[in-house]
Design a protein around this ligand. Structure first.
Ligand code: RIB
Length: 312
């Protein structure tokens, strides 16, 4: 039987305010949107939920604000069976929020107000150290302070724990600060912000991944939306195609990829196979509206996987 993975996510929790519209207003203009959705989000929380729905034991380290959203976010983790012992409410600040705009083709634009996420500090990693030492994988993103990300990466390295960094939203960083990291997983625009190299086609993606690897990270996975992913290490570079899906909202697809990839890998699947499965998990998440609420649970996912991999 597959191993039951233990995944820790040190990261953000937001409330997503998603508006669907045929187009978006120009400066000074008011127009009507078509639909609105309020949901739990945040890249860290989404990745934790994806990992949990894929069957892992998940531990969240996060900060929420002293507003209505803070306790609701903690309750959402608990309801999903995610350990929220290290999710604390901070007085006097707002929770993270994300107004999101989705266009008819499913593409999204996201504005994040970090709020309490910005107060997750290296000392909070230390406070969770006893727990973090017991996990198979630590997952990080860039919606918390960079100093906390660097600190957690070095904690993972010291303790021999697999570590994944999703540099979203992208900041220009010194990639060598992440030397030795197991997996660096940006999408095209994040990779472009970090390397200064445009990613317009598979060849660009390959060159960009090589530049990131030359900074010292051990593995790079460039997620390419409907074009799948590029899996690169110092030994090989390989394109892993996506599965066809009818996409209506791509918000959170990268998070679905990362949370599920962490689980598939910790279950002992070979890297390429874990990426292939995560490609499908991410693709399926775009067939529903919102982030966490569009993620498949494991039995639904396994049925879809089996159906798409029937030998003919
Ligand atoms: O990746 C999608 C997420 O980005 C949303 O849930 C939003 O909160 C922002 O963090």
């Amino acid at each position: 039987m597959a191993k039951h993975p233990r995944i820790a996510v040190i990261g953000s929790a937001n409330i997503d305010l998603t508006t669907f519209s045929d187009r978006f207003p120009k400066a000074g203009e008011t127009i009507f949107g078509q639909k609105f959705d309020l949901g739990f989000g945040g890249k860290g929380a989404n990745q934790a939920v994806a990992a949990r729905l894929c069957g892992a034991d998940v531990f969240m380290v996060a900060r929420v604000g002293s507003d209505l959203f803070g306790p609701a976010t903690i309750q959402n983790f608990q309801k999903l069976g995610i350990d929220a012992t290290h999710v604390k409410q901070i007085q006097g600040v707002s929770s993270g929020v994300a107004p999101i705009f989705v266009e008819p083709d499913g593409q999204n634009r996201i504005l994040v107000v970090k709020g309490a996420n910005d107060l997750l500090k290296p000392a909070d990693v230390d406070a969770a150290a006893d727990l973090l030492r017991t996990v198979d994988c630590i997952v990080l993103q860039f919606e918390i302070p960079l100093e906390t990300v660097y600190y957690a990466v070095s904690f993972a390295r010291r303790h021999g724990i697999r570590c994944i960094v999703n540099p979203a939203p992208a900041h220009p960083i010194e990639i060598s600060a992440l030397a030795g990291l197991d997996y660096f997983i940006p999408n095209e625009s994040e990779a472009e912000t970090i390397t200064g190299m445009a990613v317009r086609n598979p060849d660009d993606a390959r060159k960009c991944a090589e530049k990131l690897l030359s900074g010292g990270v051990a593995g790079v996975i460039l997620t390419l939306g409907s074009n799948g992913s590029l899996l690169a290490s110092r030994k090989s570079v390989e394109h892993v195609p996506a599965f066809p899906v009818k996409s209506i909202d791509s918000t959170g697809a990268g998070d679905a990829f990362i949370g599920s990839f962490a689980v598939f890998l910790a279950e002992g699947l070979p890297e390429r196979e874990a990426v292939r499965r995560a490609n499908l998990y991410a693709g399926l998440s775009t067939t529903g509206v919102g982030t966490q609420k569009s993620f498949y649970d494991r039995s639904r996912y396994d049925a879809e996987w089996a159906m798409r991999n029937k030998s003919s």
